[in-house]
Structures are given as C-alpha cells and as structure tokens.
Design a protein around this ligand. Sequence first.
Ligand SMILES: Nc1ncnc2c1ncn2[C@@H]1O[C@H](COP(=O)(O)OP(=O)(O)OP(=O)(O)O)[C@@H](O)[C@H]1O
Length: 606
Amino acid sequence: MAQTSVMTEERRGADDAAPAPAPPPRTAGLGDVFRLLGPYRGRMVVAFALGLVSTVVGALQPQVVARAVDAFDGSVPGATIGLMVGLLLASALFTNAQQLVMERSGELFAFHTRRRLVRHLYTLPIGVLERRDRADLVSRITTDVSQLRMVMSSGIVELATSVVAVVVSIVMMALIDGLLLALAVATIVVALVVIVLIGRGTTPAGLRLQDALGRLAGSVTRSLGSLRTIRATVSTDREADVTVGEAEEVLKAGYAAATYRAAIQTFASVTIQILLIVIVAVGALRVAAGELGVGELSAFIMYLMLMAAPITLSAGIFAALGEAMGALSRVLAVHDIEVEQDVQVPPAVPVAGAGDAPTFELVGVGFRYPEHPDAEPGGEAWALRDVSLRFAAGTTTAVVGPSGAGKSTIFALLERFYDPTEGEIRFRGQDVRRLSREELRRQIGYVEQDAPALSGTVRDNLLLGAHDASDAACTEVLRQVNLLAPGTDPAALLDTQVGETGELLSGGERQRLAIARALLADAPILLLDEVTSNLDSNNERMIQALIGSADRRRSVVVIAHRLSTVVSADAIVVVDGGRVVAQGTHHELLGTSELYRELARNQLLG
Ligand SMILES: Nc1ncnc2c1ncn2[C@@H]1O[C@H](COP(=O)(O)OP(=O)(O)OP(=O)(O)O)[C@@H](O)[C@H]1O
C-alpha cells in the first residue's frame, strides 16, 4: 500500500516535470467580460446613474423647444431661454461626471488587469516562458489591455446609457405620435439585427489583428536584440524585410477589422438618415392633414436625433467590442497557463539548515525537455539519463564534459527551473518537490552561462540577490572581483548604466558583475556555469581563490570547459551524452577516464 502511494507520488512528479502546455486559445465570451467587470460593478452603476440623469435632463429640452415653437409670437420669453440654458448646463455637468467616473474606472481596470497579468506571467514555469515569444507577451500586457480598457469600461456603460436614451426617446416619441414611432422602431429593430449579424465577424478579425501586432513586436524585439550580428552579417535589409512583412500582416488584419467596423458604422448612420427622411416626409403629410402640430413634429425629430447619437455610438462600440474580445482572448490565454507550482509533493517541509548532509543529491535522474514529450525513455532525446550524484557540503565540485553533454541542464534542475522527468533530487536529504522553490533558491547563488546583466545600474544588478545591501557592501564585492579600479569613484561606478542586457560592459566585466552579485547574496551554495570563460588568467585565478570553499563555509559546484580552472576541485564529475561517465579527483580521473584524459590532453594538461 505504502509502495503504491510512493509510486503515485513519483508518477505525479514525472507528470509535473513537463511544464503545462499552453492551452488551445479559446475565444472570450460575454461571460468572461462580466466576470472581469464584476469588481467595477459599483462604479459602473454610478456612471450609469449619472448617464441616466444626463439623458433625462437632455430629453426635457425638446419639450421646452416644442412649447416655445408652438407658443411663438415673435419673441422668446427670457424664462424659456433661461430654462434651456439651465437644462443644457445640467446635462453637460452630469455627462462630464459620468465620463470622469467611466474613464477613471477604465484606467483602474487596465491597471488591475496588468497587475494580475504581470504577477501571473512572472511566475510561469521557465519552460513555458522560454518557448513563448516574449515580445508577444509584452504586447498582451500593453496593447491588448489598452484595447480592452477602451471598450470594457466606458463602452459597456455607454452601451447601457444608450439603451436608456433610446428607451426615454421612444417613450417621449410615443407621447407625440404613435404612427411615426412605429416607423422609427421598426427601422431601428431591422438595423440592430443587421448590426449584430455583421458584428459577429469582428471577434475573429480582432483576434487576428492583435495576434499580428504581437508578432510584429516579436520581430522588432528579435532584430533589436541582435543588432550587431545583423549589421556584421550585412543582413539589415533582410531583417527589415521580415519585420515589414509582419507589419503587412498587421495591415491585412487591420483592413479586415476596418471593413467590419466601417460596415457597421455606415449601416448605422445610413439607417438614421433614411429614418430622418421618412419621418420628415410622413410627419409633414400628417402636419398638412392637421393630425400633428409643427412643434410636435420638431420635438419628434429632436427625439429622433437624441436617439440617433446613442445608436451610432453603440454601433461603434459594438464594432470595437469584437476587437476587444480578440484582445481579451489573448489576455485570458496567458491567464490560463498554470503558474510554477510551489510544493508539488505534500507534505511541505521547511528547508533544513546547513549541516554535513550533501547539499544536493540526484538519484536516478532522467530528464527530457518539453520539446520531446514522447521521446523513448532514456533515449537520445533525453538531456539527462540515469544520473546519480552527490554534492558534498563544504566542497567544490566541478562538472566537466563536451558541449551539449547536459551540464547546464543539471543546474536547471537544481534551481528547479524544471523538475526531473524520472528519479528524484534531494536537498539536504529532502525531496526538492516538498520544498518551497523560493526558500530553496535563496540557498543558492547561481551565475548563469553568458552572465546576462539586467538593464539598469551596476547597483541595481548587485541588489537583485541582496535587496537591502548597503553601498559599502556593494563596493566591497566590486573591489573583490576587480571591477573597482584604483582611483574610481565607487558611487559613480554603482550608478553606471549597464545597457539593456549589459551590452555596455565587456564580456569579462559582465561575468565579474554576476559573480559579485552572487557573492553579495552570500548564499551557502554557489552554482557557477562557465563563469570564467571571458576572463584573463589573472582575473580567473583571483575569482577561483574568491569562490573556493577554503573555509568550507560554502559549497560550490562549477561547470567549466577549461580544465585548468577545476584541477584543484575536491571532486570532478565527467558528463557525456546526458550520463555521468566518471567521477573522482583530477589525478584519479587521469587514470580512470578516457574522456577526461582526452579533455586534459587537448588542453595540454595530460
Ligand atoms: N531550454 C532548453 N530546451 C530544450 N533543449 C535544451 C534546452 N537547453 C538545453 N537543451 C538541450 O539539452 C542538451 C544538453 O544541454 P546543456 O545546455 O545541458 O549542455 P551543456 O553540457 O551545458 O553544454 P555547453 O557546455 O555547450 O553549455 C542539449 O542537447 C541541448 O540542445
């Protein structure tokens, strides 16, 4: 029984190892809109109420005008003019208040949506993020949310207020003339049915447009990120053509969306014009027949105009609603991806304090990246196969092997960017899936291969790993890694901008900055992936001395191609084709491992 439960847990671990695949995009529906707008219900009711008052006040105007026309005797009484001005001002006041509430709610809605999206995005599994177009994700947070904001907040309230304006106008028109009203209502119902039918095409068109915009952003980001390579390979025109090609796709999708928008808007305004002509013609006949007064006809036409504005406005909103639905579908698609789960195998346990237990232990670990979900177990497509390893506390272990052997993948599993497909990783004796990822990561100072720096200052980069470190502590680690040349002003250095991905620094400076960051964080375990590849021999020796675990306080695991950097390590692990093929000290391996001997011979160490 106990065995079954272990098996179940192991199986679950294996399933969890693959990041959740992006679900097939689903088209957002009205249900999603109402769910999203739920928290803004109060504000929308206030906006609606203000709109209602403004509409009712506006609806009184034609009555005043009709009376003034019918009672016209050569002069307009001051009271009537005063009343009209008063109504106008009151209507403007309420309209302004309504607009303000709506616009502010819209901004709040956009902020909340972005906040949720950013928090969600930043906690998605690395495996998912690495496979998504990042610029497209950015455009979902920026342009898609803006698109949504326009329609969701103000659009919905305006739609509701428009309905009220239409209803109020209809009631007032009914009081004036039943026949004219019947004509107007019949025409408007037909128009609405046609608008809804055309509107159905706007959602897919909007989705295509937003997707095309996302791809355009991706193309520009890709090119700007590799500008030097593009210039050096004389590929500027070719790359520009690719990006312009994406812009053309936006144009095509934009044309399609515009066609629907134009059709809806045109249909709405033509219907209103025809209706006006018909009402004026029929109304004139009825005035001639003595069945309707001139003032009444004027009032009727004013109500028709009052109704026309919201109808045209609604048609516009309806057309934009389709595009907003497209944007909403793209925002929801990100929300639907499962975030990185923290503790995957209950019960959760706290991370144990440092002791003599091995820091990390890999037991029969096999791993395949999500690209190869169906790869035969243990086959070539597996990045790691049956790896069993222990990293003893307080020692320096080196991992060596040919390119593509799986060295960085081991680090990715220790950091829990991925979980093993098979087997188990333990940290101080505990299955890492029982530990909080954040707590585990706090125990590790990790310096990635290529050591990218983040846009910002040198100080920003250092504080990533130790948020509260003082300038003095920052300066000290910079001095330790030889980044603070004699005579340099430490404050000025800390304030120096490093460029978008650290491109204002040399490769070696970037590496030393990354090491300084890890040193400042002062974690008990250091994982260093090829961190001295760009350093001259002086700096390399200095860094080695610095990160070495001479005082056995720190456990260090270092990946290195240059064997000179690892000969003094306490243990060396040789990896090839995803398997551990040998382990031992430098001297032991020279005797036992053909691959290590070959690596050493090639580097003139043998
Ligand atoms: N994020 C990833 N997604 C898919 N496959 C990957 C990913 N990272 C690495 N791989 C593949 O996994 C295998 C092992 O790669 P890994 O980066 O661990 O090798 P390495 O030994 O660190 O190589 P190098 O010394 O060149 O850095 C390679 O076949 C590589 O193509």
